[in-house]
Design a protein around this ligand. Structure first.
Ligand code: MN
Ligand code: MN
Length: 472
């Protein structure tokens, strides 16, 4: 008996403790976590595109005293600034009490999500139905996007240079749209296609109308009727689609999932869940020690290229411009900086246990997930955080009693993926991935746990406020 109890004691000391977060938080914290989830859900419901997320983020920043950053501004500890990058990405900062040369603490999340973009000549009529041609954006299982209600969001820049904002399908009185699919009765041949082609890229056509214009029996009068409606509502003509960005996204609202209401289902958790939690951490932070920076970027889902994606220089320019205000060198600031690449990871799904390795994957409700490396095959494309930086983050989270876990994006050689971590690490910044575990990632309806969302907010809060002299 004595031998057994000694083993038990040693186990207690030496084994890692991996368990459900519910056993580790108080009832009070659970209540705070639930109400935080409601605030996040409200944000998600009005932030279905990168542009909408950017507008809502900017409004939140303005409400909390952040002002547009102008080059050469006199900056002091506690100052709150932001820069909007073309309405699709935004960076905000709270100036810290430490010298800027001690580096900044960056949280980097993305606000673009997989979706169906309209092509530049989208509208056509076929057999008395009007449809939009689309080109999918990001990594999707195409078949998941048929036979669900879709809404249409974006901007159209007209011939005279003026632009109109489009948002149809979100109000409960709005119509919605749909990619049609075959009835099973006639799908024998379709169902023999490989899953990647059950719905092919050129079959992601969105049904938008079926009635002719007036009663004149003109050709293409169903298409004409749609253009007539759009012209009345937005003053646009067919050519205006050439200079438009219109995105079709799931029209349904985010909601609680489960009888215990412990989870949130919705479109675009990846990565607005980390965008919202990082932004809230910044907005809620008191005067930090190191200058805190949150960047909400675009174009992550297509590889981060383009001037609103993190392969561009806009984040580096922002930090260099802050450094200039203090007479410091931007590259010295970057070399001393740290970054949490705030992005989601795959959560273990008991229905598909084979793709994740159970000792190293993330689980719903075990808290915020710290991912040391991503990539594919032999860690290709990863920045792989150092043991030293992983150790720092570990100590920080433990010191604040934050429920956290490790994760990896799938079994070795199962597939893989990446985040913006590598692009920030490439600027000589210590970087590690930290974010929320997600079920059904990249599906029209993704699922996260409320506890994990709240713990992610707490992790970002701890990081942006790290080192602050706490007098409370
Ligand atoms: Mn993604
Ligand atoms: Mn992501």
């Amino acid at each position: 008996m004595e031998k057994n109890s000694e083993a038990k004691e040693r186990k207690e000391e030496l084994f890692a403790k991996r368990r459900h977060g519910a056993y580790r938080i108080s009832d009070d914290e659970k209540a705070v976590s639930d109400s935080f989830a409601d605030e996040y859900t409200a944000f998600l419901n009005v932030s279905k595109t990168e542009r909408e997320a950017c507008i809502n983020a900017e409004n939140m920043l303005k409400k909390n005293g952040f002002v547009p950053f102008e080059n050469g501004m006199k900056l002091h500890a506690g100052d709150k600034i932001y820069r909007n990058n073309r309405g699709k990405a935004i960076i905000a900062a709270v100036i810290g009490t430490e010298s800027i040369e001690k580096g900044v603490h960056i949280c980097a999340a993305h606000i673009d999500s997989p979706r169906l973009d309209l092509k530049q000549n989208p509208l056509y009529e076929s057999n008395e139905l009007a449809l939009f041609k689309t080109h999918y954006y990001g990594g999707i299982k195409k078949y998941q996007w048929s036979a669900i209600p879709l809404s249409l969001h974006g901007v159209v820049v007209k011939a005279d240079g003026s632009s109109v904002t489009v948002n149809i399908g979100e109000d409960e009185n709005d119509p919605v749209f749909c990619v049609t699919d075959l009835l099973p009765h006639l799908a024998t041949e379709q169902m023999k296609r490989p899953a990647t082609a059950i719905i092919k890229g050129e079959e992601l056509n969105i049904l938008v109308g079926s009635m002719p214009f007036n009663k004149d029996e003109e050709s293409e009068s169903v298409k004409l009727n749609i253009l007539q409606i759009l012209n009345e509502k937005y003053g646009i003509t067919e050519d205006d689609f050439l200079s438009a960005e219109l995105e079709a996204v799931p029209a349904f609202r985010a909601c609680d999932v489960g009888l215990d209401r412990s989870m949130i289902g919705g479109y675009g958790h990846d990565d607005r869940v980390c965008a919202y939690t990082a932004l809230r951490a910044l907005v809620d932070c008191k005067c930090p020690a190191n200058t805190a920076v949150v960047v909400l970027t675009d174009k992550e889902e297509t590889g981060s290229d383009g001037n609103t994606g993190l392969c561009s220089s806009y984040l580096r320019y922002f930090i260099e411009d802050i450094a200039d205000c203090f007479g410091a060198k931007g590259r010295h600031v970057l070399s001393a900086s740290q970054c949490l690449s705030a992005d989601v990871n795959a959560a273990f799904d008991p229905t598909f246990p084979d793709v994740l390795e159970s000792n190293n994957c993330a689980y719903i409700n075990r808290g915020v997930c710290v991912t040391k490396f991503t990539g594919a095959r032999g860690k290709s494309g990863t920045s792989d955080a150092s043991a030293e930086f992983a150790g720092k983050v570990r100590r920080l989270l433990d010191s604040k009693n934050i429920v956290w876990q490790t994760g990896e994006l799938g079994k070795v050689d199962m597939g893989g993926g990446g985040t913006v971590a590598a692009y920030i690490a490439n600027m000589d910044v210590d970087t590690i991935d930290v974010g929320v575990p997600v079920l059904c990632m990249h599906a029209p309806f993704e699922i996260v746990s409320k506890l994990d969302v709240y713990m992610t907010y707490r992790a970002f809060s701890a990081f942006v406020e790290e080192g602050r002299a706490d007098n409370e």
